[in-house]
Each structure stands twice: as C-alpha cells, then as structure tokens.
Design a protein around this ligand. Structure first.
Ligand SMILES: Nc1ncnc2c1ncn2[C@@H]1O[C@H](COP(=O)(O)OP(=O)(O)O)[C@@H](O)[C@H]1O
Ligand SMILES: [Mg+2]
Length: 252
C-alpha cells in the first residue's frame, strides 16, 4: 500500500442528459500525497466539479472506489460521513449559495465547530484569527451573506472550511470571482497553509498560470477523462496533447 492521503480508483459517474445516459467521469484515477497540491484543469463541463463532489462524499460515484488514508470511504453511513467532512473540506465556486441567507456569516462559519461541541469562547478567537489572515475584518461576521461582496463571501467560505482544520482542502474555482489583488492575497495565504500546516490540496482551476504557481502536479481533464497528468512544470513546458496546448495558449 502507498501512503497517499487521498486516492480514487476507476471512478465513473453517469448522469441522464437530453440524449440519454452519459458519463460525466470515466475511469478517473488520481492520488494525492500529504502536503501536496494537485491541480485539476479542464474546460467547462469536463467533470471537475463532479469529481470534487465525489471526493468530498457529497455525491456517490456510479462505479469505482475512494480511499482516505488507505481506508475505503466509498459507501459510508451518514454517521461515518460526518467524520470525513471534518477531514475533507471544500470551498465551492459560488460562495453565496453555500451560506444560509438567514444566518450571519459568523453563524455560518462557526456552525461546523459548534456541531463538534466547541464553545463560543473557543470558537470566537479562532475564527477572528482566520478572518484576519484571509483579509476579512472581524466586523463583517455580523453581516448576512447578501450584505458582503462575492470576494468577501468567498473568503468567509474559506475561513469556514479552514476552521475545521481539514487535512485536505478541495478548492473548486475559488478565485474565479475575485479581483486580481484579492486573488493574490488569497493565493499567498494558501501557499502559507501548504508550507506550515502541511495541508493537502485539490485545486480546481482553469487558470494555468495560477496552477503553475501553486500546484506540484496537474491532471488535465477533457469530457470526463484524464487526458494528461504529471509534474506541473513538465506539463507546462512539454504538453503532450493538443488539448493541453490549447488550454496553455488560452492562459499564457
Ligand atoms: N446532477 C447532474 N445531472 C445531470 N448532469 C450533470 C449533473 N451534474 C453535472 N452534470 C453534467 O456533467 C458534466 C460535467 O459537469 P461538471 O462536473 O460541473 O463540469 P466542470 O466543473 O468541469 O465544468 C456536464 O456536462 C454537466 O452538465
Ligand atoms: Mg465546475
């Protein structure tokens, strides 16, 4: 057995579309080591978010297996799943949707910790420190999701995920809606987490320039399949498929 923190084995996902059943994912094999950052790149509709949801146990694969620290976590009971949610956290592309509009950001951010039985006294300083690191004034915690900008909401979603102290953070296009300066700040913060906390990342992003800065290895996806995979530098300097070359032309 290898010492991968996360691994997928022959993952398939079928959906019913207008023209009948189709595979959104086909034979997906990825492996993530501790402290590593794996980039997932591909055009819209290539299956990146579906893979992210499966890896976070938010959706089940049609076929194949998922391993966390060599344990099969493909078909867990609801109770077992709750333990996984702490270890694998996800930040989605669209942060406003992932906060309950009836709760303040502070309430939304602290919900997971409250469910773990932490007291407000423990929660408050932790969240304020994380908010500060993500460039969010503590004051913003009192606001509702619709009272802050998309970028601020995205950073709040990141704070909520990090507050759980996950081992793996799955980021699905988290910088897409951010200004360049905010994006830079966020990426610097993620770099720091990677270095000091040995956190592992699945970093979904269509911006190959960002992937180049942040990811150790990259997987290129097209229409539900992995068409190319390897060390980021190698893929960027010597892309093998026409598709990867096209993605590079678009990015650089
Ligand atoms: N719940 C669903 N039901 C039917 N089709 C879906 C569902 N979720 C995703 N799809 C389809 O699966 C394909 C991959 O989608 P997605 O994983 O969102 O791609 P990406 O994140 O790379 O843009 C798309 O064709 C999408 O329309
Ligand atoms: Mg997506």
């Amino acid at each position: 057995m290898t010492d991968y923190i996360l691994q997928t084995e022959h993952i398939y996902k079928y959906f019913s579309g207008k023209r009948g059943k189709f595979s959104a994912l086909e034979d997906i094999n990825i492996a993530l080591s501790k402290g590593e950052c794996l980039g997932i790149v591909g055009e819209s509709g290539s299956g990146k978010s579906t893979l992210a949801r499966i890896v976070c146990c938010l959706e089940e694969p049609s076929e194949g297996k998922l391993f966390l620290e060599n344990n099969d976590i493909t078909n867990l009971t609801a109770k077992e799943q709750r333990k996984i949610y702490q270890k694998i956290q996800m930040v989605f592309q669209n942060p406003t949707d992932s906060f309950d509009p009836r709760c303040t950001l502070h309430a939304g951010i602290s919900e997971g910790l409250k469910n773990l039985g932490r007291t407000q006294k423990e929660i408050l300083p932790k969240i304020e420190a994380l908010m500060d690191k993500c460039g969010l004034p503590a004051e913003l915690g009192k606001r509702y999701p619709y009272e802050v900008s998309g970028g601020q909401c995205q950073r709040a979603a990141l704070v909520r995920a990090l507050a759980m102290e996950p081992e793996i953070l799955v980021c699905d296009e988290i910088t897409s809606n951010l200004d360049v300066s905010v994006q830079k700040q966020l990426m610097e913060f993620l770099q720091e987490l990677k270095k000091t906390d040995k956190m592992s990342f699945l970093f979904i992003c269509h911006d190959l320039a960002l992937v180049q800065q942040f990811c150790d290895r990259v997987v290129i996806m097209q229409k539900g399949k992995i068409v190319e995979a390897g060390a980021t530098e190698k893929i960027i300097s010597m892309p093998e498929t026409e598709y990867t070359k096209l993605l590079m032309d678009a990015a650089f």
